[in-house]
Design a protein around this ligand. Structure first.
Ligand SMILES: [Zn+2]
Length: 207
């Protein structure tokens, strides 16, 4: 599954895996799991993170491939958040030969809608209660319903930062969309409806 931050991709990936009765991996979860279990790959990834470096593609690829080759994934699987770059996609293609990925579902949401979703988060300074300008606004603007504390925005959730994160994502993902579109497996889904509506489109695209 491909989709920008804020597109609801994680939620949908979990639903699809349930619906199809297959397993699912989010690449972030795989990292955390390997770090927690101190596997060889986990420790290798950690050595890069500890230096403040990005984990190189070949380590990420090995991590995902070791998950894919486990027997639980024999009936199929949903990948969420991987591949993220063209080299990762090419490595995945050759590792899965013969065969390959059956479908790439691209959950597309317009950038201004994503900024609205992602930059709408606020937190109470007093009790840390989360709010969202659209999804769960406080009764009184800027004030916590529970404790009356001041609501603030984390730096990560500010519109400027969010826009920058999205730009990086789109730049990175554009070549992937082209790659899977050329191989005929890409299905683009409009991700701006309700969770149920988008879920139905995704299931349809898999048939
Ligand atoms: Zn509060």
């Amino acid at each position: 599954m491909l989709g920008p931050p804020g597109a609801g991709k994680g939620t949908q990936a979990a639903r699809i895996a349930d619906e199809l009765g297959v397993t699912r991996a989010a690449s972030g979860d795989l990292f955390r799991e390997n770090l927690r279990n101190e596997t060889e790959l986990g420790l290798l990834a950690k050595s890069y993170m500890d230096r403040g470096d990005l984990v190189p593609d070949n380590v990420t690829i090995r991590l995902v491939m070791s998950w894919i080759s486990a027997p639980q994934q024999g009936d199929g699987f949903v990948l969420d958040g991987f591949p993220r770059t063209l080299p990762q996609a090419e490595a995945l293609d050759s590792a899965l030969e013969p065969g390959g990925i059956d479908r790439v579902l691209y959950v597309n949401v317009a950038e201004d809608e994503l900024v609205k979703r992602l930059a709408g988060r606020f937190i109470c300074r007093g009790c840390q209660a989360p709010y969202h300008a659209i999804a769960s606004p406080p009764k009184e603007e800027g004030k916590c319903d529970d404790c009356g504390g001041e609501l603030y925005q984390r730096d990560d959730d500010k519109a400027e930062v969010v826009k920058n994160r999205l730009d990086v994502y789109f730049e990175e993902t554009e070549p992937l969309v082209g790659h899977y579109s050329r191989s005929g497996v890409l299905r683009e889904i409009n991700g701006e409806g309700t969770v149920d509506a988008v879920g139905a489109l995704l299931v349809e695209a898999l048939r």
